[in-house]
Every structure is written in structure tokens, then in C-alpha cells.
Design a protein around this ligand. Sequence first.
Ligand SMILES: *Cc1c(COP(=O)(O)O)cnc(C)c1O
Length: 391
Amino acid sequence: MNINTLRDDTPGTKNVIHFNNAGASLMPRVVTKNVINYLSKESQYGGYETADKNRKSIEQTYSTIGKFINAYPDEIALLENATAAWNMAFFSIYFSDGDRILTSKSEYASNYLSYLRLKEKVDIQIEVIPNDEHGQTSVTSLKKMMDKNVKLISITHIPTNSGLVNPVEKIGDIAQKYDCSYLVDACQSVGQYPVDVKKIGCDMLSATGRKYLRGPRGTGFLYVKRDQIENLLPPFIDLHAAKWTSEQEYKIRNDARRFENWEMNYAGIMGLQKAVEYANDIGINTIWKRVTKLAEKLRWQLAELPGVTVHDIGEIKGGIITFTVDSISAQEVKKNLSKKGINVSTSSKNSTLLDMQERNLSNLVRASVHYYNTESEIEQFCNAVKNVTKQ
Ligand SMILES: *Cc1c(COP(=O)(O)O)cnc(C)c1O
């Protein structure tokens, strides 16, 4: 990995110290170029005509993403974000009264809101799997909770804060022993961690383009395992997902594109495709190694600063670091850092309510590193945080 070359590919690294990769990463130049080129063609030749002319490269996106997560192209659906992808999967499951949903302590707000929304219509049971001593979803507890009424195991792989990486592969082993569905929110892991849907053993997995994949905003995708597609009926379908065949009938597609809409942001998709290719060229194992190394360094250096507390959990930790500064709010820390050209974000209680409540936390500063960040940026970052603590 030649960090200088990778940074040269990333114009944003000249302007800011970007530690908000869990929010939206800086795009490499080739990604932005692909988006702009495509948009420009649309403006010059027409949107439909440009799509017709570029059909082959648009199609390529499905196999590029598929290859990246070890799936077939017909198992991929392109959607506008991870939430849309996740909801398409979740609301396609046929739930009946008495069904149980097992989920993680660190579940993302939007997913949990959907469980609650469903519960208003179907008498399901939402149950939270306890954490183990490392703070990750306990595989032992999950085993004990399993029975024939478990309809769905729904897990966030890497939560939006806290560094945690949940043991999705081990959870997959359990899911496969029972006749239940397994849905993984891989929003923070795809592009950072070597996500392999076969190794995870999940039926469905959702991801976004703009975070660790370094794609454009407003892009995302859903993976659905081939033999599960037929059992999953999307909550709404359009003329792309299904064919209207008679006054009383329709015929739905049999690939994952039944979860898509007809209208798409093709320019964004062209950018997403390039982003996945770019990550694939570097190699996801190389990326993961570098991200965890930088993150570990930042975590330790922050923890050593007086007045700073790091709040990360998990046996294995990824690129997301969360911390607080004594008597200075997370928002204030963010504002201060921003003045120095440093980007971070904050995590509120409401984004991972159960985890925050359990650990008695409310607002955290979230610094998330990517492979293109450097050790020198970590030094500068820690100095800046030190200055904040002295105010
Ligand atoms: C960001 C995030 C989401 C939502 O992704 P969108 O692309 O904004 O819909 C879902 N789950 C987790 C864990 C996230 O961090």
C-alpha cells in the first residue's frame, strides 16, 4: 500500500484531516470523475439514451459488488442507501403472531424502529441478545435463546459507534442450524472489513456506498441469497420489480432486482462501481489491517490524554473510535476540531439507545479512520484534542 499515491488520488486529504469515514469517506478522484462524466453525458445526450448506451457498464456493477462480497450478480439489488436496502429485506419477511426477532444490544436506531413499527401490525416479540464480557453479541446467550419461534436473527456487524465488530460468522453458524432468517446490517463493515456473505452465512445483508467504500452519497445495496429470494416478497413493487400481466395478476422477478425501483441514480451507481473496484484493487485484507492499526494507535493515544475517556468495546475493534472529553460536550469538541480543519462526528443516545443506556452514555465524539489517514494526522489530532481539554 503506497499511502502517498492513495492520498494523491484523494484530493480531500489536502484540505482536511478527515476522521469522519464512518459518516462519509473522502472519495477518490476516479470515483468523482466517473460520477461527473456520467452526469455530463446525461446532460448532453439525454438520461434514457445515456442509460441505454451504458447498459453494459451499469450491469457490471452487480458483478463487481458480487465479487467483492462473494455473491452472484443476481443476488445484488441496488438501492439509494443502506436503510432502504435493509427495510426492503426486513419488510419482505412474512411474520406471523408469536414470531421472535433476536437482535443485538448495539442495534442501529432505524432498524430497531422498524421492529417496533412491525410490532404495531403483527404480534411479534423483539428480544435483545445480551453482550458477552467483551461487549459483543454473546454467541453463548444466543444459542440458549434459540427455538422454533425465532423467525429472524438481525445483527449489526459494526455498529455506528464504539469500535465493536460483532461475531457475525459465529452467529451465522447458529442461524444455519435453525430454520430462521439471518439479516446483517453491514453498513459500517463493507469497505473496511473482509465481508464474505458465504462465510457469514447470512440470507440478507445491507450496505451503503458513502461510508468505508468511499463511494458517492445516495448509493447502497442489498444482498439476498439466491434460494431465499423466492420466499421474500417486497413490501412494494413497481414495474421494474414485477410485470403487470392481467387485471388481477402480476409476475414478480426472480432475482434480487425485485427489491429495486425502476428509477435509479445511474451517475451515483457508476461512482459506486468505481469505488468497489478501487477497494478491490487495494485488497480488503490490506485495508482492514491498515485501518485497525491506525485505529488502535489513535485509541491508545487518546486514552492517555488527561480528561479524555475512550468508550470502545469488543474483542476485535475496527476503525471507529468513540470518546468523551470531561466537562466539554461532544458537539463542542466537534466544533473546536472543525475550526482546525479536522472532521469528526458525534453519536447521540438515540442512534444506539440500548447500548448507550446500558453504559450510561449520552453523547460521544466519533473519530473514524480510513487507510488513507496517516500517523502524522493522528498526532495532529491528539494535539488538537489536548488543546480542547485545556480550554
Ligand atoms: C449509517 C448506518 C446505517 C444507515 O445507512 P444509510 O446509508 O444512511 O441508510 C445503518 N446502519 C448502521 C450501523 C450505520 O452506521
